[in-house]
Design a protein around this ligand. Structure first.
Ligand SMILES: O=C(O)Cc1cc(O)ccc1O
Ligand SMILES: [Fe+2]
Length: 434
């Protein structure tokens, strides 16, 4: 699809943004006048309870050609390879696991057809936990749109550019950027040129927030100003349209006789947004030792326990490494939190072989892991001059809940059954000498 990529955005994470595609479409000074400008319908859209504290409250007022309920009934359809937490179709072994990237489809495949769940946790009905999906597509969605009532969708593209057409406007997305679509917002994904592939974290829990800065102060890490929201865009298109909803872990479709992208103006803080990961202001040690990877958290969905995330989205971006007298790669570890990793670009410093762009790994709660044997040998001998880590962008979805692989993930030939072998050469160096 040849889509216009000269899109305009409004900046600022979680601001009360306002935008109108027709001048004067937003009511002034109130949300719900007796008659709206342009005879539009007012519809409130909320992604937190009305009663959540003000700083955590998310809602948007939309002014649209028809209210969303101008649609047919839902009927259940095949959900393909999409699954939701809890995963009960197979056991969840504690083994370390790694996978190759999903192939690009040969047959015409849109975003919905190509969506495949690798793992999930928590409980979709209880609004806790996450689903971890991969997408691999070569077609636009035509007259279909999609929304998840089960969770907010964090897209982490790895290959190919696309336009996300959403109820709040259009966003142009490329690898190196992320896109977050709130729970319930309808969208369609239109590849720009050629196939697209990437990861999607479906967050069943509380909407993503920016990680706290603590003693780092008022600036640094992910800065609010770098988050980009779309400007209002509408289609006044009549003709058959199919809305596909993910609800309670199943897919349902409903027909309507017009485009759902008919929001002429909106005001609020619940809307899709994008962020360029290269804007992340990396803070790290300038003395010694390897800090915990929580310093690289971009977004976090908190659970009800302070400091314990439903899910953290963490990146490992290009950066300088200057630590003195330090084993610089990640240390060996066994952790409380469960870790699912992917690679957007280049090489990850703890795994120089076998973890390819588009690939994935899973290290669950208390499952031991750390650098592969070759990396240990190299890093223990390396001259510790300042070194720039280039051509690298891995990410981690870290969750308090055990991350259970799907039946597909356990059984696919993409799974590397020899993953453990990368640690197989870890020799004993102990010789009784200090
Ligand atoms: O396991 C991994 O590679 C991710 C990771 C990176 C790091 O720098 C510290 C801890 C950690 O789990
Ligand atoms: Fe880890």
């Amino acid at each position: 699809m040849n889509t216009n990529t000269e899109l305009t955005y409004i900046f600022g994470f979680n601001n009360e943004h306002q935008t109108e595609a027709l001048a004067g479409a937003l009511p002034i000074g109130q949300f719900s006048p007796q008659r709206c400008p342009y005879e539009l319908y007012a519809e409130q859209f909320s992604t937190t309870a009305f009663t959540r504290p003000r700083h955590d409250n998310r809602r948007t007022w939309t002014y649209r050609i028809r209210p969303s309920i101008a649609m047919g009934d839902f009927s259940k359809i095949d959900k393909g390879a999409v699954r939701s937490g809890p995963i009960t179709e197979v056991d969840c072994p504690p083994n370390v696991m790694r996978w190759d990237a999903l192939p690009i489809p040969e047959a015409p495949t849109d975003f919905i057809d190509g969506l495949t769940t690798m793992a999930a946790n928590g409980d979709v009905r209880g609004q806790s936990g996450i689903g971890i999906h991969v997408y691999s597509a070569n077609q636009g969605m035509g007259d279909r749109s999609f929304y998840s009532a089960d969770g907010e969708l964090l897209f982490i593209p790895q290959l190919g550019e696309f336009i996300a057409i959403t109820e709040m406007g259009k966003l142009a997305i490329k690898p190196g950027e992320i896109l977050v679509i709130p729970r319930g917002i309808k969208f369609k994904i239109e590849p720009n040129q050629g196939p697209i592939r990437g990861y999607v974290c479906e967050n069943y829990g509380s909407p993503m927030e920016l990680a706290e800065r603590g003693p780092a102060g008022a600036n640094g890490f992910a800065n609010q100003r770098d988050f980009q929201y779309p400007t209002a865009y509408f289609e006044e298109t009549e003709g058959e349209h199919v809305v596909i909803a993910k609800f309670c872990g199943e897919f349902y479709q409903a027909k309507q006789n017009h485009s759902p992208f008919d929001v002429v103006a909106w005001v609020g803080n619940s809307a899709p947004y994008k962020y360029d990961l290269s804007r992340f202001n990396v803070l790290n040690t300038v003395s010694f030792d390897h800090p915990d990877p929580s310093i690289f958290t971009v977004l976090t969905s908190p659970s009800s326990e302070t400091g314990v995330a439903n899910v953290d989205f963490v990146i490992f971006p290009p950066r300088w490494m200057v630590a003195e007298n330090t084993f610089r790669p990640p240390w060996y570890h066994r952790n409380f939190m469960s870790e699912f990793m992917g690679l957007i670009e280049g090489t990850y410093d703890a795994k120089e072989k076998g973890f390819e762009p588009g690939g994935m790994s899973l290290h669950n709660c208390m499952t031991p892991h750390g650098p592969e044997a070759d990396v240990f040998d190299k890093a223990s001998q390396a001259e510790l001059v300042p070194q720039r880590y280039e051509n690298t962008m891995a990410f981690m979805l870290e969750s308090r809940y055990i991350i259970a692989p799907t039946k597909f993930a356990l059984n696919t030939p993409l799974r590397q059954n020899n993953y453990l072998a990368c640690w197989g050469d870890l020799k004993k160096h102990f010789n009784g000498q200090p």
